[in-house]
Design a protein. Structure first.
Length: 143
């Protein structure tokens, strides 16, 4: 299992470099739609296999979460990500990964009233400061 956690960033980096290098003429929505469809099918089959005894609940909270994750958390996010890859350096676009937990904490606080403690605020501020610092650093040829 630990190897999967180590392989995930490597596979993600390879995919990002491949899209940056060979995906220039492909519309970002095209890069997003098929993988999302394929993942939906795989996860649907996995749910049928492994969660068949679990109760299926369609209430406002679960449908809202599903809608949020499908539209904002996946379709819009990945489409914007691939659009950004076409217009910015891959190393800078990759910094988005550091902001995802901050967005998740903010959504949890706003939508579900989850508490935000001082350590979370301090950690979020450090992450944003680090991303801002790296984003402002120029990566040109060294003299």
């Amino acid at each position: 299992m630990a190897l999967l956690f180590l392989a995930s960033p490597v596979v993600s980096a390879i995919a990002t470099v491949a899209v940056k290098r060979w995906g220039a003429g492909i519309h970002p929505l095209s890069l997003t739609a098929f993988p999302m469809l394929l993942t939906g099918i795989v996860m649907g089959v996995a749910a049928l296999l492994f969660e068949r005894d679990a109760a299926l609940v369609f209430d406002t909270r679960s449908l809202g979460a599903l809608l949020y994750l499908a539209v904002l958390g996946s379709a819009v996010t990945f489409t914007v990500y691939y659009w950004m890859l076409a217009h910015a350096p891959a190393t800078r676009v990759a910094l988005i990964a550091y902001t995802i937990p901050i967005v998740a904490v903010a959504v949890g606080a706003l939508a579900f009233g989850e508490p935000i403690r001082g350590r979370v605020l301090a950690g979020g501020a450090l992450v944003l400061a680090g991303v801002a610092l790296v984003s402002r650093t120029r990566h040109g040829p060294r003299s």
